[in-house]
Design a protein around this ligand. Structure first.
Ligand SMILES: C[S@@+](CC[C@H](N)C(=O)[O-])C[C@H]1O[C@@H](n2cnc3c(N)ncnc32)[C@H](O)[C@@H]1O
Length: 278
């Protein structure tokens, strides 16, 4: 059991370090996360741990404990259909590089789904030529490590691949070290070298990107953790980095909020930039 003061300190620290807003209905969740934090730092005194975080220690561990990293391959698969059939097709053969940014990449399933889509699109569109690059970021250093390693359990993920993707083209298999009958899949180097993983806090005042740097921005299932003011501020910063005519993909329960007059909707949470935000 934690005191109201301890829960409040944790809430305040989560907001300060990641923008994650935990309402009064989240006390049970905060308590579970504090239990995990104690295990992760191998220390039992929560007041001492919270004081240490306030003084700048254990901050990465604290952030990893408070982020929710749920994701899967080809989550909201209609976005990948759109990337393959509209975005790829419009860009192919034009000679310029298509730059894609995945802004809450978690353990990597989303950025690798983007890469598989781009590779499969070449075949679907009769070996069309398209040069592209992908930057994938997250605030959580644990998930970034997992994403860079690119190793997943097959059984947990097998159902997620659409029929137009052949996982054997993109993953190597090896026996699971502990689960008999299962195996691990590791992203092949030919695919992995197409993505750059970096840490970025979406709450940062300044983003290290140029205006109009990206043709496509994925920002899915992360805005829901922020309050509405912060969601608007993040969307505007991301929007600045998006080229006119570029595509913004949001998660199923997210909306472009104040950007609405500046985008055209192309289907389920697919938005194309029509005007610059003033
Ligand atoms: C629920 S996952 C969504 C992953 C993926 N985009 C998807 O749709 O499957 C949310 C991710 O947002 C990340 N996140 C939370 N706060 C963040 C922040 N301030 N800056 C960047 N990433 C953040 C978390 O670490 C987590 O990996």
């Amino acid at each position: 059991m934690y005191t109201a003061r301890q829960l409040e300190r944790a809430r305040e620290l989560a907001y300060r370090h990641s923008g994650i807003t935990l309402g009064p209905n989240k006390d049970v969740m905060i308590a579970n996360r504090l239990d995990k934090l104690k295990r992760d730092v191998a220390h039992d005194d929560i007041d001492a741990i919270l004081s240490a975080v306030e003084q700048g220690r254990y901050v990465d561990t604290f952030i990893s404990t408070f982020t929710t990293n749920k994701t899967n391959f080809f989550r909201e698969s209609f976005h990948f259909d759109d990337l393959r059939d509209r975005v790829f097709k419009q860009a192919a053969g034009k000679g310029s590089e298509l730059k894609i940014y995945c802004s809450a990449a978690s353990t990597g399933e989303e950025p690798y789904s983007i890469l598989m889509t781009m590779e499969a699109a070449k075949t679907v569109h009769s070996d069309a030529a398209l040069n592209y690059s992908l930057l994938a970021t997250d605030i959580d250093t644990d998930v970034l490590r997992h994403a860079s390693n690119g190793i997943y359990e097959w059984q947990k993920n097998a159902e997620d691949f659409p029929e137009w993707i052949r996982p054997s083209e993109y993953f190597k298999r090896r026996p699971h070290p502990t689960k008999e009958g299962d195996y691990l899949i590791k992203v092949k180097e030919t695919l992995a070298r197409r993505v750059r993983f970096e840490r970025h806090n979406l709450m940062a005042q300044e983003y290290p990107f140029k205006p109009h740097e990206f043709d496509v921005v994925f920002c899915r299932n992360v805005l829901i953790y922020f309050n509405q003011n912060d969601q608007n501020a993040i969307l505007k910063k991301l929007f600045r980095t998006l080229k006119p005519g570029g595509t913004l993909y949001l998660g199923h329960s997210e909306s472009p909020l104040e950007l609405s007059p500046y985008v055209e909707r192309y289907g389920q949470n697919i938005f194309v930039k029509t005007k610059e935000y003033p």
